[in-house]
Design a protein around this ligand. Structure first.
Ligand code: SF4
Ligand code: SF4
Ligand code: SF4
Length: 501
């Protein structure tokens, strides 16, 4: 029982019949959980320090370790659960805002799991993706409403600036500082190998990564960290971050401990100082203001770069997206409330925002009704977990998806949700050189390429099953979806029928 009256949620169990006292667990744990007790003559563990990252479990050479959820419990009830009681003890002890990382873990509906995908049977036969061409290449940006020809009958090739990706998956914004240099390098290399894009987040672009510029989206956030002309010119596209799904309505905060010399140079802020980006952009209070920034960035880059505006999924997301589509932006990125983060106040993460599935369907429908859907492309993000989620997102109206948590899992993240501590034992959410070195960027890039390649195969199989051979033909094709166990209202917002209809 600690000073906060808290019993640890998890216990480290060691099989002493196997343990050879090799001390590997002690070396692997940056949280200082394991040590050798001279008096007892054996290894001991401090459960209270454990964040359940499973590094020691994975690295123990004789599989002597496991982490189990404690069976100790409060005398809780449906209202005063153990988590609620524990949080009150923590805040009564610290007087501070509760911080957490990664996505909203609460028991809200996950609509992806209540949507089913269609398949052809007799008419409109399915397509075999192994024997027939299937197109997953796509273009992101505005497009004309109709095909036009010039007086010589030639197709008019006057498309607005756009991004071109070989797969409908892009790596979402994660800043250098919130994640390690090696994690960033893995993402950059994977994006280049896959013919897609990774995103700098609000941390600027490290000098070593300009070589991946063709596959880089550079972000301009409210703090404007690391933003300069060369940075803007380097990106294949520029993303204005208005909001983030994990923490809508508030800014970002990277603790000074993560602002190492290299991070400080990249962000153009002093070493060791907290990097706090304000909640609003101080020059944006209306769509007209946003339009000014969109066109300032276009002007600064000679109208050669598509501009993405990223927003969090919130209650009036459809109206907000309508304004963005009229602001001159080329792409809208919508981030649902299950989207990950390196650090967010727990109450914001768990209570603010709405699911990406509802937000996406509402935005696509509104833009179609207003006849401006082709002004912009839509990238949906915020807990995309599999190729099936991607197919459902595209059929609901997305052009492509952003992934971040899934990408970090591919790099070895064990979702311990303790990124804010800066001691990631897997070398991802840390700036400690000894921990960063644990992540090999080349091996990480290979795993990312494997993941997205596997998903792309599965997407082609599902498309083939529906008799669709092009990702463009899947976009907004809600006839391919049915709901299961959803209310009339939910079905109406999603714009899909119930299974059996
Ligand atoms: S890594 Fe495994 S074998 Fe080595 S000290 Fe820890 S528990 Fe024992
Ligand atoms: S924090 Fe991670 S490495 Fe340390 S004891 Fe817990 S599971 Fe093992
Ligand atoms: S990135 Fe690291 S610290 Fe963050 S959840 Fe994953 S394993 Fe934990």
């Amino acid at each position: 029982m600690s000073g906060d009256f808290l019993y640890p949620d998890y216990e480290i169990i060691r099989d002493f019949s196997r343990c050879t006292v090799c001390h590997d667990c002690e070396r692997q744990c940056a949280n200082g959980c394991h040590s050798y007790n001279e008096k007892l003559g054996r290894m001991v563990a401090d459960n209270a320090k454990c964040v359940v990252c499973h590094r020691c479990v994975s690295m123990c050479p004789v599989s002597a370790l496991k982490i189990v959820k404690t069976d100790h419990t409060f005398k809780q009830n449906a209202n005063w659960t153990g988590d609620v009681i524990g949080d009150i003890y923590r805040q009564a002890g610290s007087g501070g805002v509760l911080l957490s990382s990664m996505g909203n873990p609460q028991k809200y509906p996950i609509y992806w799991d209540k949507i089913l995908i269609n398949a052809s049977q007799v008419t409109n036969p399915s397509i075999d993706p192994l024997r027939e061409p299937m197109e997953t290449k796509l273009f992101l940006g505005g497009r004309p409403d109709r095909v036009e020809y010039d007086e010589k009958g030639q197709l008019k090739d006057n498309l607005p600036v756009h991004l071109s990706t070989q797969v409908p998956v892009l790596f979402s914004a994660m800043s250098y500082g919130s994640i390690s240099r090696n994690a960033h390098e893995a993402l950059a290399k994977a994006a280049a190998a896959l013919g897609t894009y990774y995103n700098t987040g609000e941390g600027g672009l490290h000098e070593d990564f300009y070589q991946y510029a063709d596959n880089t989206i550079v972000q301009v956030a409210s703090g404007r960290f690391g933003v300069h002309k060369r940075y803007l010119d380097a990106g294949a596209a520029i993303e204005i971050k208005m909001g983030q799904g994990a923490k809508p309505g508030i800014g970002g905060h990277l603790p000074g401990s993560k602002i190492t010399e290299d991070v400080s140079r990249t962000r153009m802020i002093p070493e060791g100082t907290d990097a706090i980006s304000p909640a609003p952009h101080h020059d944006i209070y209306s769509i007209e203001d946003l339009r000014q920034l969109v066109y300032s960035l276009k002007e600064a880059t000679s109208y050669k770069k598509p501009i993405i505006v990223k927003i969090a999924a919130v209650h009036n997301v459809a109206a907000i997206a309508s304004g963005i589509a009229r602001s001159g932006a080329d792409i809208i990125a919508i981030d649902g409330f299950r989207g990950g983060t390196g650090a967010a106040p727990s109450r914001i993460r768990d209570n603010v925002g709405i699911p990406i599935e509802l937000a996406l369907a509402a935005v696509d429908e509104r833009l179609r009704q207003e006849g401006i859907r082709n002004n912009v492309s839509i990238i949906a993000g915020g807990s995309i977990r599999s190729s099936a989620d991607i197919v459902k997102a595209i059929a609901l109206g997305a052009d492509a998806v952003y992934i971040a948590t899934a990408a970090l899992l591919a790099l070895g993240c064990h979702l311990c949700r303790a990124c804010q501590l800066g001691r990631c034992n897997w070398g991802i959410a840390t700036q400690r050189p000894d921990l960063t070195a644990r992540l090999d960027p080349d091996a990480g890039a290979r795993r990312l390429v494997n993941l997205v390649t596997a998903w792309n195969h599965e997407i082609k199989e599902m498309m083939g099953g529906m008799g669709i051979n092009s990702i463009e033909a899947l976009r907004g094709n809600r006839l391919m979806l049915r709901g299961i166990g959803l209310t009339e209202k939910e079905l109406s917002i999603l714009g899909i029928k119930h299974a059996g209809e």
